[in-house]
Unconditional design. Structure first.
Length: 369
């Protein structure tokens, strides 16, 4: 009996995608060093905590590797419902007419909207796994998934956190596309969204409209609404090809660059290590996302495949939105750079997603394997 358990543990260890964990670990180390620089050569208040959270996240990923992936399928809907309930509770926590985004339990503060992305992916994967292929061309098949996406989307928009809501929606819609959503429905949806743009614009908060207008013309208010993106572009440009050197960035070290420890950490790295440093970071993300997508081809069930694709898209959107934002290609929103920006909830959400993928590749493999 003991010998059988030992063999099972060894098989699990051998099947863990260590290359994915390695790349994630390198990103955490890069983040710790960037935050060390952001605090002017000190491990407090950000770098030390970031490194510890990275260790906790890696441990969580390894623990999930030993949990049978079939359990995650069973719990997909309950976890989704619990996530929605938490978001509903947040509606009543805010003060002064605003909605709370954070919950504090036992001294730990977290943002429920982040892990909700994983919950939605699992719920969608569970739904499509239970649908026969011949029903995938019917529009009625996609109505329940749209409800699954719409409920948390609306609740997160009400916080208001439009950036997280859009990331959740886009990542989730990718799962629908991979599941078999016909192109004609996609084209109709795009046309519908374009037609509804004036209505959506009228529903935006004033500060959200200001961000869009600043994105279109940041030079119109360089010291006000356009300050962040203007300083970001200056820092990136001054870094050149190889950068100014570690701890030598003028924009970041002299505090001209806002939120350098969170949303604009990519800019700070670009100033200190130049285009070469930024390309190195993007190369690491390419390896991480590519590794997750490669796993989607190695798993056995449709549920596992869709889950892996959903997690990969979540990672891609994290990176794309942050990099596009700090380079002026998208309006400024609260979008962290995964595993590098300071922020416990976003980091643990990424490791949670990687842990789910790890469980899939360990336990949900083709029959011939």
């Amino acid at each position: 009996m003991m010998a059988t358990e030992t063999v099972s543990i060894l098989k699990t260890i051998l099947r863990i995608p260590w290359h994915v964990l390695f790349v994630a670990g390198v990103l955490v180390i890069v983040g710790s060093l960037a935050l060390y620089s952001a605090s002017e050569g000190s491990w407090t208040p950000w770098a030390g905590r970031h490194a510890v959270r990275g260790g906790v996240g890696a441990a969580m990923m390894l623990v999930l590797a030993f949990i049978d992936f079939r359990i995650m399928r069973i719990w997909a809907y309950p976890v989704y419902l619990m996530s929605v309930v938490v978001l509903i509770v947040l509606l009543g926590i805010g003060s002064g007419g605003s909605v709370a985004r954070w919950i504090t339990i036992g001294g730990f503060t977290f943002q429920p909207s982040e892990p909700t992305k994983i919950a939605v992916v699992l719920a969608l994967a569970r739904y499509f796994d239970s649908q026969p292929l011949e029903k995938m061309r019917s529009i009625l098949t996609y109505l329940p998934p749209l409800v699954i996406i719409a409920v948390p989307f609306i609740l997160i928009v009400e916080q208001p956190d439009l950036g997280t809501a859009l990331a959740l929606a886009l990542g989730s819609l990718t799962v629908l596309f991979v599941a078999g959503l016909p192109w004609r429905y996609i084209l109709v949806s795009i046309i519908g969204l374009a037609a509804a743009t004036p209505v959506m614009w009228s529903q935006l908060y004033p500060y959200q409209k200001a961000r869009v207008m600043t994105f279109l013309n940041p030079e119109s208010d360089k010291l006000g609404a356009g300050y962040q993106i203007t300083q970001s572009k200056i820092a990136l440009g001054s870094g050149g090809l190889f950068g100014k050197g570690f701890l030598m960035g003028s924009q970041s070290q002299l505090n001209y660059l806002p939120e350098k420890q969170t949303d604009f950490v990519f800019t700070m790295i670009g100033e200190e290590f130049g285009l070469v440093g930024n390309m190195f970071i993007l190369g690491l993300y390419l390896l991480l996302i590519g590794g997750v997508l490669a796993i989607s081809f190695r798993v056995g069930s449709r549920f596992a495949q869709l889950t892996c694709v959903g997690v990969a898209m979540m990672l891609f959107l994290y990176v794309f939105v942050n990099v596009a934002m700090v380079t002026g290609l998208l309006p400024v929103v609260g979008a962290p750079l995964p595993l590098i920006s300071y922020g416990g909830t976003a980091m643990l959400t990424v490791f949670l997603g990687l842990g789910v993928v790890t469980s899939a590749v360990v336990h949900d493999r083709p029959e011939q394997d």
